[in-house]
Design a protein around this ligand. Structure first.
Ligand code: BGC
Length: 260
């Protein structure tokens, strides 16, 4: 098994916190040069860059709002200037938005979730594939969610965006595979990151969440990062177009463990 990513140039969006930061560490640990995209908290991106940097493999810390196509084009131009190209894109940046039933949802907030999660992934994939297809190699990995499949009251923008990311993944995969480029996704379940801090800070909500997971615990960011590292490496050279769920069984209808 060859997980080595030496000579690979990777961009991780939303790479300065949560699952993104774990992916940055894992890819760098496997030998890749990593660009850490961020939109807030530059100090986290800078300190992560210092942590993973080594002589000859200096990371990039790149500020860009993925929802903004021009900012994304500028970010890829900076990667071209520094590294002359890209081999791996991990579309990780995402937000879940405020909780509200659809009929009470604020339109601007709803749209922002779609802008970041769907347009953001598309803007970056578009730039990456425009470079990978001519060079006839590369991998685009989208971080989706179990909510690509599971409905979630109060989060219609989030679930819609992730369902769309699933189909974006499959369609771009079909387009890119004949050119030797793989597009695929990972769908995390409940992972201990800042996006769900309110839940893991509250014992009652945490107990409820555990009941939704056959494995009986939330996941760690590293458990997503390991799978991502494997899937972008040549170990997964025949994996294309699917969403690999990494969820402790959350999508396995745990409410059917009893009765039915
Ligand atoms: C969300 C988390 C949630 C998990 C499981 C993820 O996509 O970002 O907040 O805990 O799905 O419901």
């Amino acid at each position: 098994m060859n997980l080595h990513l030496e000579h690979k140039r990777a961009l991780v969006t939303g790479g300065n916190s949560g699952i993104g930061a774990a992916i940055v560490r894992a890819l760098a640990g496997a030998g890749a040069r990593v660009a850490i995209n961020y939109v807030t908290h530059p100090e986290l991106a800078e300190s992560l860059a210092r942590e993973i940097g080594s002589p000859g493999r200096e990371p990039l810390a790149l500020e860009a709002d993925v929802a903004d196509a021009d900012a994304v084009a500028g970010m890829f131009a900076r990667i071209d200037a520094a590294w002359g190209g890209i081999d791996i894109l991990v579309n990780n940046a995402g937000i879940d938005g405020p909780r509200a039933a659809g009929w009470e949802a604020d339109l601007a907030a709803w749209r922002k979730v779609i802008d970041v999660n769907l347009f953001g992934a598309f803007h970056c994939a578009r730039e990456a594939l425009g470079r990978m297809v001519p060079q006839r190699h590369g991998v685009v990995l989208n971080i989706s969610s179990v909510h690509e499949r599971i409905a979630w009251s109060g989060y219609s923008a989030y679930t819609s965006s992730k369902a769309a990311v699933g189909m974006l993944t499959r369609t771009l995969a079909q387009e890119a595979a004949p050119h030797g480029v793989r597009v695929l996704a990972v769908g995390p379940g409940a992972i201990k990151t800042p996006i769900n801090r309110a839940v893991w800070d509250d014992p009652a909500q945490m107990a409820d969440l555990r009941q939704k997971i056959p494995l009986g615990r939330v996941g760690e960011p590293e458990e997503i990062a390991q799978m991502v590292t494997m899937l972008v490496s040549d170990v997964a050279s025949y994996v294309v177009g699917c969403t690999v769920l990494v969820d402790g069984g959350m999508t396995d209808y745990p409410s059917f463990a009893h009765g039915g």
